[in-house]
Each structure stands twice: as C-alpha cells, then as structure tokens.
Design a protein around this ligand. Structure first.
Ligand code: UDP
Length: 324
C-alpha cells in the first residue's frame, strides 16, 4: 500500500479501466468514476473484490464531491471515437469543458496533482509530420470532429490556466491511436470494426482509398507512459503513442492475415475531415520519461484478437450503436 488516493474519471472506459488496474497494482486506493454513457461496468467488475477500489456512478459535468483526501486525479471521461461524438456532440463538448473545469476545481480544493487526457486530435489534419508537441494543429472547429477537437483544445487551455494562475500541479498527455482488450466492438474505430467484421464473416470496410495513415500503440505501453508522466514534474503536453505508422489498407491486410478471414476489403466514403496522416514524434517522451513503446503490432494485435474472440456471440453481433 502506498497510502495514496487517486480519482480516475472515465473509469469504465477502455483506457480508464486499464488505468484502474495499473493503480490498484501499484497499491493505490482507487476511486473510479463514470456515468456509463460510453463506458461499460463489465470493464471494471473484476476490481469490485478489492477493498482499495470504489466505484461512483456520476457525470463529471455536474459538481464532483469526494469526501476525504485525494493525491491524484486522472481525467479520462470523454467519448473518444468519431461515431460517439457524432451521436452525442453536446455531451462531448460538455465533458471536455465543464467536466475538466470540475476536475481542476477538485484538484485545487484537494491539493491534488491532475493529469488530463488530451489527444492527437488537437493537431487536426496535420500539416506537420510527424507531429511534435510544439505544432499548433489544423482543426476545423465547425466540422463533425470539431466538438471533440475543440473540447480537448479548451481542456488543454484551462488546464494550463489552472497551472499558471492557481498553481495546481497539472500534466497533459496527448494520446495517439491506442488499441487493446476492452475496446468497444461497436464504437466505429477501425480496429474493432475490422476484427468484428472478420469474426462475423463480413467484408472489411475501408474508408476512402485506405491511403490515410495511423500509428497504433498497444494499451500497456500507453498506460506506462501515462504513469511516468504523472510522476514527472513536466506541466506541458507530451505525446504518447507508437510511431510505427501504416496505411489503413495495410492495416486491413494485417487483420485479414491475423484472423484468416476469407472476406475482402471494400471501399466506403471517407468521413469528413478524416486526418490523412498521423504519427507521434516521441522525442520528448523518450528524453523526459525514458519511455518508448515495447509491444510491436504483431504481438499487440494477437492479444487483442484473442480478447475479441472470447466475447459471446451476442456481444459479437451487437453491431448497432448504443444510442440507436
Ligand atoms: N476507418 C476505416 N474503416 C472503418 C473505421 C475506420 O477505414 O470501419 C478509418 C478511418 O476513416 C480513419 C482510420 O480508419 O482514417 C482510423 O479511424 P478511427 O476511427 O479508428 O480513429 P481516428 O480517425 O480517430 O484516428
């Protein structure tokens, strides 16, 4: 036991649940908070047996009351896939702005250090490649992704303001595409989409001509980077991601090979403002945190595929979005 107490918002989500696991393992007392709009209680059910774990169902856009001391806050509450924020745009804006404001106010009140989850989306459709932290981005504020991108940009601004004006200890992680067990099968992201399609015997839907690129980081690597950043003394944004960049078409080919599906790739319309390229420059994380990813895509995809294969047939066929 460390005697340290941490609040993790978005605890029932993909990243939040892995963070809960990690901090329980480190001997922290963990309070997980989630309103379960996009999160799933199944992701954290295994933690209920730990007396150091507590779950509070709460919407962080409303005032957050936590009795007792808090040493750390991780703000991971937000829808995080294009389909989610297209379907719940106002909630997405509110959680990034009002939710972050509440978390920062709580950090100030409790004298706690807070780390907020930002994103490579702050770079928009980037004209600088790979993306360094000092690039300001190319974001369309009124496009469909604007609700997420601008909420996250506002989040960074208000976090820096609390750091500068209220002397709150703040950390900002810019998270690039991450994958692993507990991703939601129907969230529209490319990895669960492709693996789900392969498992159901459907063709893989490639958006556009598949020449757009992404760089995928395995979840354990990301969690390690976040842990190190939280424990560091650096208040400015830090990219955490895997620089191994591939086209979406190549990615589809890898999934076809991995799953052994007989299906093919079919082309669909490219969504509006879909970034053409994305690769983190992780020079800063390497220098500052001594961090770099350790799990290559072949290893990470195998673990993730095994997770999706273990889901029940009902879960696998539940392709409709939760808000439909
Ligand atoms: N994508 C695709 N087929 C799908 C889902 C996504 O080709 O069924 C593409 C999407 O257009 C984007 C890339 O895969 O270029 C990554 O999409 P995702 O939603 O996973 O993340 P983001 O666009 O936020 O990086």
């Amino acid at each position: 036991m460390t005697n340290k107490r941490i609040l993790i918002t978005g605890a029932a989500g993909f990243l939040g649940s892995h963070l809960c696991d990690r901090f329980i393992k480190e001997g922290f007392e963990v309070i997980g908070m989630d309103n379960l709009i996009t999160g799933d209680i199944k992701n954290i059910e295994h933690l209920f047996k730990h007396k150091e774990f507590e779950f509070i169902e709460h919407d962080v856009t409303k005032f957050i009351h936590i009795p007792g001391k808090l040493d750390y806050i991780l703000n991971f509450a937000s829808p995080a896939s294009p389909i989610d924020y297209l379907k719940i745009p106002i909630q997405t804006l509110k959680v990034g702005s009002l939710g972050t404001h509440n978390c920062l106010g709580l950090a100030k009140e409790k004298n706690a250090r807070i780390l907020v989850a930002s994103t490579s989306e702050v770079y928009g459709d980037p004209t600088v490649h790979p993306q360094t932290e000092d690039y300001w981005g190319n974001v369309n504020p009124v496009g469909p992704r604007g609700v997420y991108d601008e909420a996250k940009r506002f989040q960074e601004a208000i976090t820096m303001a609390y750091h500068t004006y209220h002397k709150v200890e703040t950390r900002i992680v810019r998270i690039f595409n991450t994958y692993g067990p507990r991703m939601r099968l129907n969230d529209g992201r490319v990895l669960p989409a492709f693996i789900g399609q392969a498992l159901r015997g459907e063709d893989l839907t490639v958006f556009g001509d598949g020449s757009q690129t992404r760089s995928f980081c395995y979840v354990d690597d990301l969690i390690e980077g976040i842990f190190r950043l939280l424990m560091s003394d650096y208040a400015y944004p830090v990219n955490i991601g895997n620089p191994d960049e591939i086209t979406i078409k190549q990615f589809g080919e890898e999934i076809i090979k991995l799953t052994g599906t007989k299906q093919k790739m079919i082309l669909k319309d490219l969504p509006t403002d879909d970034p053409k390229q994305r690769q983190p420059d992780i020079t800063l994380a390497r220098k500052l945190l001594g961090w770099e990813p350790k799990v290559n895509r072949a290893e990470g995809l195998k673990i993730t595929y095994d997770y999706f294969k273990s889901l029940s047939p009902e879960e696998l066929t539940k392709t409709a979005h939760r808000f439909e």
